[in-house]
Ligand binder design. Structure first.
Ligand code: S3P
Length: 172
């Protein structure tokens, strides 16, 4: 039995890598943001604007816990903030669980996020010149939680395929 959890900041490649990994390993794949959207019946961005971040964090916590109680193998991609609220990080070292932090530098995240920030409620209003500062501050606050993962894989300059291969080495 193995539950593989991928975590990391927005833009670190969690969703892409976890989908590819699940396919390669023939495991069910879950994306926590997608599950939250399904439950709420609206996109993450709308949950933030219509109901507020706290509502989002409660749903996130509830669904993550429910998933970890399931008696099955899977690959799960968390949201960028999941590890940092409601003691969610305590589930990273549970039995039959392997948690992996996809670690990206501020510069790498800045480059990846500038093109696609309109879908991300936390950064969609940031001007480009504030973005680096925003990411740096966020990473500073969040690193403690990200570092609770059992492993970290550096993703800077790597393709999703390369990251999947590195993650696979940790699963043996
Ligand atoms: C968030 C990251 C998002 C999503 C929500 C909040 C965060 O997930 O859960 O917008 O707090 O960093 P991704 O990391 O998949 O973009």
């Amino acid at each position: 039995m193995m539950k593989v959890i991928l975590l990391g900041y927005m833009g670190s490649g969690k969703s892409t890598v976890s989908k590819m990994l699940a396919e390669k390993r023939q495991l069910p794949h879950f994306d926590l943001d997608e599950m939250i959207e399904e439950k709420a019946g609206m996109p993450v961005k709308e949950i933030f604007s219509a109901k507020g971040e706290i509502h989002f964090r409660k749903l996130e916590h509830e669904l993550f816990h429910q998933l970890m109680e399931r008696n099955e193998d899977f690959v799960l991609s968390l949201g960028g903030g999941t590890p940092c609220y409601a003691n969610n990080h305590l589930l990273f070292t549970g039995e039959n669980t392997i948690s992996i932090y996809l670690k990206a530098s501020i510069a790498e995240l800045y480059n990846r996020l500038t093109d696609e920030k309109q879908h991300r409620p936390l950064i969609s209003n940031a001007h480009s010149e504030d973005m680096k500062e925003f990411i740096a501050k966020h990473l500073f606050e969040r690193s403690y939680f990200y570092n609770q993962a059992m492993h970290a894989v550096n993703v800077d300059g790597k393709s999703a395929e390369d990251v999947v291969s590195e993650v696979e080495k940790l699963l043996i």
